[in-house]
Design a protein around this ligand. Structure first.
Ligand code: HEC
Ligand code: HEC
Length: 353
């Protein structure tokens, strides 16, 4: 805002100066015309110069006054510059973000719109979740089977992953899935600037997060209720309904497996092989996320409260969790999605596996 004001002021000053020069030039031409033919008398080097009286009096005073005036301008403008500069820098940074985001939107667009088709798989420019065609090779029979893999919504991706984690996903992809690596480091086609642009674009499509003032906060610093309480109730009702219908034995099991709608999925998409393409193997048997069966989570988290805290916050790159776990930053936090009650029932279910 301030930066825009200073820029506008600078333009106005420039305009005034330019107009001033043009006027000065015009007047000069006009007055010189009046003096046509009298150049010899009026030539500057023929005019007798001021005597000492004037030179050491009025003239020197005027020069000193002029110096003082310039000094005053400097004393005022330097601090003013110092005060306004941070605002200008902030404005410039925001300008960059905006430009990056608009470039990113071009990359994000579907193939038909000349982009890299993020929108095609992830449910449009707003990335509300979609489906991706994929081919799976059965290791035993060597049979190739075409499947449809659920592509999660990305309009909430910063609610579960930090920016560094999103960057990792974009650069290296999920190599076992339709999500290919996009960064040069992962063997993809995009340079660092293009990845930056995508990161900036995805910031602009995030759905608002409740109880969270700054949408740029790290997901883990802001776990209070991404999911509105009303939706949490709906999810709970759906889980209870599924238990009553006999699809699952406990609410925790239902919540572990649920498709939450709007391109949001639960634990099974990462911890159950085949869940994402409609051919689920052993529940919690391990896929992208580790195997949770055989009581492994009880061994990792002898204390149930530690496990609850881990599920709420997710893993952090390089940080220890549980007994001997080291986070890869790939397990998202669910504290913003489920209520404490719901996390407890999921944890109890997982510990029973
Ligand atoms: C061919 C379809 C396809 C394309 C194109 C695609 N993705 Fe994906 N993407 C997926 C699928 C499927 C997943 C989920 C993989 C899994 O199950 O772990 C995914 C996962 C992700 C994730 C991780 C989200 C999470 O919660 O696990 C991000 C971030 C992402 N994609 C961003 C992008 C961006 C940005 C682009 C464009 C450069 C893109 N994707 C292009 C299919 C695609
Ligand atoms: C986007 C994929 C993803 C989702 C969704 C996910 N996890 Fe994970 N989970 C992981 C990964 C990957 C790890 C390994 C830690 C790492 O790499 O950061 C992990 C680790 C864990 C661990 C520790 C296992 C061990 O023995 O070290 C537990 C327990 C766990 N997840 C439970 C859950 C539960 C419960 C949910 C649902 C509420 C869930 N996960 C959802 C990917 C996921």
């Amino acid at each position: 805002m301030i930066a825009a004001t200073t820029t506008n002021l600078a333009w106005i000053i420039l305009a005034v100066v330019l107009v001033g020069w043009v006027l000065y030039g015009l007047f000069n031409i006009r007055s010189s015309r009046r003096e046509l033919g009298s150049e010899i008398e009026l030539a500057a080097n023929r005019k007798p110069y001021y005597d000492d009286e004037i030179l050491e009096g009025k003239k020197i005073e005027r020069t000193q006054l002029l110096g003082l005036a310039f000094l005053a301008i400097i004393t005022v403008s330097l601090p003013l510059y110092w005060v306004l500069e941070p605002g200008r820098q902030e404005g410039a940074e925001r300008g960059f973000d905006k430009r990056f985001a608009s470039w990113g939107s071009k990359l994000f667009a579907s193939t038909a719109d000349g982009g890299f088709n993020c929108a095609g798989c992830h449910g449009g420019m707003k990335a509300t979740g979609g489906n991706a065609p994929f081919a799976i090779t059965d290791v035993k029979t060597n049979e190739v089977k075409s499947v449809t893999w659920k592509a999660p919504a990305l309009n909430n991706v910063y609610h579960r992953f930090s920016e560094a984690e999103v960057r990792f996903i974009l650069e290296y992809g999920r190599p076992f899935s339709p999500m290919s690596p996009w960064g040069l480091v992962g063997g993809g086609p995009m340079n660092e600037q293009q990845i930056d642009n995508l990161i900036a674009y995805m910031r602009t499509i995030q759905v608002p997060r409740e109880n969270c003032d700054n949408p740029n906060d790290d997901a883990r610093t802001c776990l209070g209720g991404t999911m509105p309480a009303s939706s949490q109730k709906e999810i709970q009702a759906e889980a209870v309904r599924l238990v009553k219908s006999g699809a699952y034995k406990t609410v925790g099991e239902a919540l572990f497996n649920l498709d939450l709608g709007g391109g949001a999925y639960s634990c099974a998409r990462c911890h159950t092989k085949g869940w994402s393409y409609g051919d689920p193997q052993v529940t919690g048997g391990g896929a992208f996320g580790p195997n949770l069966t055989g009581g492994s989570s009880v061994r990792q988290f002898p204390n149930q409260d530690d496990m609850i805290a881990f599920i709420k916050g997710g893993s952090e790159y390089g940080k220890k969790y549980g007994e001997q776990g080291q986070g890869g930053g790939r397990m998202p936090g669910f504290g913003g999605i489920y209520s404490d009650e719901q996390i407890k029932s999921i944890v109890e279910y997982v510990r029973s596996l």
